[in-house]
Ligand binder design. Structure first.
Ligand code: NDP
Ligand code: 8X3
Length: 246
């Protein structure tokens, strides 16, 4: 199951896992995109369940997960908690409260709601692997990154906490912390401003969504006794959240 599969890392993970023959549960708010991805993968022989919901609302999460067909539940092996976003890049004192709520509700609370439901299914199944997509922003703080960085630090912390509590059920938890990757992320962060979004990736080669999908797939395909706890990946031209070789 991949949250936020309509774009970027989530869509690339869907394509990578499908290429390897995995059946998928794909989620997101943009139903047209989910349907298009489903049609494409179904033609390749992959079974795809799409769940159209907003991770910010616990009741929506709960009722969407209840729609997963009963025969699919025992087959759920992996949850990729990917849905997330940055909204704005303002100094703390100028922060927009709606942006703050959106990031906290999506990146932290949404991940918690989905994981609570799925961890129960994985406990029933007596196996599972939860991959949390955090960020370099969960390892470091940068100017005007404030609340986004706080939500990703929280993902880092909750990954450690989940690993401790789920260890007794043999469930793996992997935290992945990417640096700059060119997806729709910056377009969303800068609210559709294409020029500002483009500037983020000017002068160096950023990571691609496919790079992250390769890494997620690698983490999932390791033997059952091996668990990558935490993995930070940046473009070669990025040494920290703020140091780039441009
Ligand atoms: P994209 O904007 O390309 O994709 C984000 C995905 O999240 C979309 O599929 C979107 O689907 C989904 N999403 C956002 N809000 C919600 C919501 N409320 N409910 C359900 N789904 C939602 O960005 P990326 O692929 O880059 O981002 C994926 C993850 O990676 C995020 O958690 C991001 O913070 C993280 N990340 C990104 C980095 C980058 O540089 N790109 C680096 C490090 C981490 P829809 O709009 O259809 O709901
Ligand atoms: C996305 C990468 O550096 O913009 O999480 O926070 S960064």
């Amino acid at each position: 199951m991949i949250t936020g599969a309509t774009s970027g890392f989530g869509k690339a993970c869907a394509e990578k896992f499908a290429e390897k023959g995995w059946n998928l549960i794909l989620t997101g708010r943009r139903e047209d995109r989910l349907q298009k991805i489903k049609n494409n993968l179904t033609q390749k022989g992959i079974d795809v369940v799409i769940l159209n919901f907003d991770v910010r609302h616990a009741t929506e999460v709960d009722s969407a997960i209840k729609k997963i067909p009963k025969d699919v539940l025992p087959k759920i092996e992996v949850l990729i908690n990917n849905a997330g976003l940055a909204a704005g890049r303002d100094a703390f004192q100028d922060g927009n409260l709606d942006d703050w709520e959106t990031m906290i509700d999506t990146n932290l609370k949404g991940l918690l709601y989905v994981s609570k439901c799925l961890s129960k299914i994985m406990i029933e199944n007596k196996k599972g692997h939860i991959i949390n997509i955090s960020s370099i922003a969960g390892k470091e703080v940068y100017p005007a990154g404030n609340v986004y960085c706080a939500t990703k630090h929280a993902v880092d912390a909750i990954s450690k906490a989940m690993r401790m509590d789920l260890i007794q059920y043999g469930i793996k938890v992997t935290n992945i912390a990417p640096g700059a990757a060119e997806t729709e992320f910056s377009l969303v962060r800068f609210k559709g401003n294409k020029e500002l979004a483009k500037q983020v990736y000017d002068g160096y080669t950023p990571l691609s969504a496919n790079d992250i999908a390769e890494i997620v797939y690698f983490a999932v395909s390791l033997p059952s006794h091996v668990c990558i706890n935490d993995l930070t990946v940046t473009p070669t031209a990025q040494a920290s959240a703020t140091i780039f070789n441009k």
